[in-house]
Design a protein around this ligand. Sequence first.
Ligand code: GDP
Length: 486
Amino acid sequence: MFDNLTAKFSSAFSSLRAKGRLKSGDIDEIANEIKAALIESDVALDVAEQFTARITERSLEKLEELNRGTNPSQAIFAIVNEELTAILGGNSRRIQMAKKPPTVIMLTGLQGAGKTSLAGKLALHLKKEGNTPLLIASDLQRPNAVTQLQTVGESIKVPVFAPEPGNGVGDPVAVAKAGVKFAEDNYHNIVIVDTAGRLGVDQELMREAIRIRDAVSPDEIFFVVDAMVGQDAVRTAQAFQEGVGFDGVVLTKLDGDARGGAALSILAKTGKPILFASTGEKVEDFDIFYPDRMASRILGMGDIQTLAEQAKRAMDGETTSRLEEKFAKGEDFTLTDFLAQLQAMKNMGSMTKMLAMLPGAGAIKKQIENFDENELVRTQAIVESMTPLERNDPKVLNGSRRARIAKGSGRQVSEVNNLVDRFSAAQKMMKQMRSGKGMPGMPGMSGMTGMPSMAGAGLPAPSHSKVAPKKKSKSGNPAKRAAEEA
Ligand code: GDP
């Protein structure tokens, strides 16, 4: 999403780094570069100007002090990081729960913004946190909105209150009201009201949203906005703020390749925080919005925290503790463990998205885009074609066994060889880690519970993969190199 911005920040800072001691002209120069990059990414002009003015002011104020330090450009980088985090909302805010359940959440926004999809994602997120959500189908306008909500509800096993068929039939206000009553009677502690949008802001839409709002007195009104629509997003947000009003923002389609500047302007323009982000069409493509993590991604430092959390979630508790125990006891990491990890990685979702969270991912953008998601499937097929003996002791893998495995998995013998070689290297790396020599490869990943070998064994990159298996060469890993430089 912010690729362009990340690239610009990165080039601005590398020229600043090359300068050593900084003069006020250098600060003006980087401020101008940042301003141009923000405007080009669709950030509203006044927001971009205020942002860079703050950076200039803070940097100039401390210029002498910064120049006394060992790394003045790093200090400027830290200021930019802080300001970027601030503009994205500072601290992340959680949903305000009602004192007396159910907590009523109302979703508003234009048609196609992703409200109905978001309703499902939010319900799943809340359910995982131990709540008992109910979805209310009050979008009775958009064709198939009701059935879409019912389908998503079914897939995540969250009940949907949908007494009306929709497609123009039924009173959305009455449905919302009856839905909240139903939730009270049936011990749902949270309701999510999906409302109708329109193609553009119009009076009728606002009136309907206001009537629903007044009928159910929501604890939270979330404005759902497609981050791909650029500057229009800010105008639409302001229209909704003046019309129905809202308490927080949900950004959708952050997986798209639009310039994303709207995200940076919305908070500044409406004063309302971004609470969640939607990053794809699947119901799991949903994240809590953390301003500091987003700033870190925009500045090319990756988002290791989110990655680690996803890894923890993906590994079931049993596998995690078994692996931790093995690791602690000094037992060998086997292909059976590797298989469990591959499964977990598949549970984590798209490899491309995960790789994009690594520090310095911008530098290997092309390779990430070319990453073949089916690689995991092929690798898994090879390991699954091995016998338990072979998985636990790959040394027994002679030529005929390798030929059998290749045949069984429908792959080439060279691919089997490649996997075994890579696995042996990863195993060696595990031993190094255990003996306290640290892990070559991705920084920060070694602390990931239950994923000790993720950096090496977890990334299957046989010969035809476009992401080169750089783990053997320390200096050749662009992600690592970029992180070291940062
Ligand atoms: P609504 O009219 O606001 O209820 O919008 P929908 O929930 O029906 O979403 C409109 C379209 O956008 C659908 O095709 C969704 O699958 C798609 N969509 C929703 N959220 C995202 C997202 O985060 N990323 C992508 N790529 N597509 C999304």
